[in-house]
Design a protein around this ligand. Structure first.
Ligand SMILES: [Zn+2]
Length: 156
């Protein structure tokens, strides 16, 4: 848990950044971002990029030069190169929108913000303290788990 790698993803890798956050990795992403700023942010993080020139000229300490277009292939490449083992108990602990760390929130406190179809069916909710976005288990999280499993990223 303490040695989990952190990432910063370049402007072309929005979907990968969101997916890494969804599976629990601290991942910075901003668009637009200058080469200078993303290199500065890569201190203590693994830079994920498709820009050969950024790696060649900027010489980041740690990087993965992403070779794929498909986001699951991109995640597979990062997992292989950084020897990541995804931990399902850390899934959906970060805000995919802003990288904040989600906190449990009482249903009664957010009831008015919930869509009709989850009000009556679900009881566990998490909220991003930074941007306020609400999260719950549902078809979206099931779909991500299925895709990860299909990509062979869920372990045994
Ligand atoms: Zn957020």
């Amino acid at each position: 848990m303490t040695d989990r790698p952190k990432f910063v993803a370049d402007d072309h890798l929005a979907r990968l950044a969101r997916l890494l956050r969804a599976v629990g990795y601290d991942t910075l992403w901003k668009n637009p971002i200058s080469d200078r700023e993303i290199l500065r942010q890569s201190a203590g993080r693994t830079l994920l990029t498709r820009h050969v020139k950024l790696v060649r000229d900027g010489k980041p300490a740690d990087f993965v030069l992403i070779a794929h277009d498909d986001v699951m292939d991109q995640l597979k490449q990062v997992a292989a190169e950084k020897q990541l083992t995804l931990q399902p108990d850390l899934f959906f602990t970060r805000c995919t929108a802003c990288n904040g760390t989600l906190e449990p929130v009482e249903k009664s406190a957010v009831f008015d913000e919930l869509p009709e179809h989850v009000r009556g069916t679900l009881d566990k909710f998490r909220q991003c303290p930074s941007c306020g976005k609400l999260y719950w288990e549902g078809s979206h999280t099931d779909r991500i788990r299925e895709k990860l499993a299909a990509a062979g990223l869920m372990g045994e």
